[in-house]
Design a protein around this ligand. Sequence first.
Ligand SMILES: *[C@@H]1O[C@H](CO)[C@@H](O)[C@H](O)[C@H]1NC(C)=O
Ligand SMILES: *[C@@H]1O[C@H](CO)[C@@H](O)[C@H](O)[C@H]1NC(C)=O
Ligand SMILES: *[C@@H]1O[C@H](CO)[C@@H](O)[C@H](O)[C@H]1NC(C)=O
Length: 349
Amino acid sequence: MRPYLYVTLAIFCVVLLTTNTNAYPGDLVEPHDKPFVEHYKSDKLDFLTFGDWGYEGIDPGQIYGNQSKVAMAMKNWAENYTSDFIINTGDNFYISFDGDHEGVTSINDPKWNRIWKGAYKGRLDEIVWYSVAGNHDWYGNVTAQVDYSLHIDERFFLPSTYFVRESYFGPKKTKVAWIHIDTNILFYAPTDPDRQKLILQLQQVGWDTVQTINDKLKWIEDRLAEQQDSKWIFVVGHHPLVGKCAETYYMGSLRPLFEKYRVTAYFSGHTHSLAIETAKDGQPVTYFLSGAGSKTDPPCEGNDWSEPDGTLGFLHTTLTEDKFSYEFIDATTALEPKVVYTGSLTPRP
Ligand SMILES: *[C@@H]1O[C@H](CO)[C@@H](O)[C@H](O)[C@H]1NC(C)=O
Ligand SMILES: *[C@@H]1O[C@H](CO)[C@@H](O)[C@H](O)[C@H]1NC(C)=O
Ligand SMILES: *[C@@H]1O[C@H](CO)[C@@H](O)[C@H](O)[C@H]1NC(C)=O
């Protein structure tokens, strides 16, 4: 997107957010039903997807930290392809050193400038980051992340933990629907030790019941039903549905919903690797995993493709009227990032 378009979008978002800030005081708890609408004059949408980026530590013997390696490669991609925005799959702020805290503590936490604005430069510091919250964000103050988006800088776009966007681009005003969801309540079973780290925060917002889970699944289904006139439908959440790193607790309930409403693809992070489960006969949805923004993990088993343990990187995609092209970029070597896997998808049937 050219700069003047960004300005238009920025003004548009400011207008929307200013209007909605007072109208939706309970944004963290209550999903935001009304879509945020974006218009792009270009005949394609170009975007970069990554997650799990907020670890600023430098491992012994490294010259560049893992986060800055990915940031450098992404900046080059964003500028070369004039990317329109970032899809941020969450885990925005980790504990990076002894004495550090999870997530952020407030809208004034120095981590905002250090780990977000200070780490992503050039075009990455100009375009909007459409975000979701990961478990590490919830371990800290997730309300502060929503408030930061609403009151400090809407370029970090997280007006609620659940929200919908509609983007229109090109001469035919091709419609793309985006459903951004919080998967934390779906992923952690009551017996999961990681749930204990979330439980106080979930209780505070009244999200510790199965009723809440069912309400949120219903909300997702209602939005998917509403967006059936879209040429493309994408869902974004923190926790993966690729292969076997999927389907714990209520996560598996998403697959039949995505299939019923013909979702094109689901984007996630959480597992710190790059992987894909491709659409095939009997499994029509593509599941992307891009969670290697600053940490590394072994990939999920049962995928169709993945990078080996120790890989850092991101996903670059371009959407045109009738084709969605994707490429995974391995940025483990800061100075020589390379495309490691590519493919394409067609519009919803
Ligand atoms: C830069 O972008 C162009 C298309 O806009 C592409 O053909 C070229 O391969 C890209 N170069 C790099 C280094 O990614
Ligand atoms: C979390 O941040 C919000 C501001 O966004 C603040 O009102 C609240 O007190 C914070 N909670 C804690 C426990 O610090
Ligand atoms: C940083 O990346 C390297 C691989 O380049 C990996 O060995 C290391 O474990 C990563 N650090 C963290 C904290 O994940």
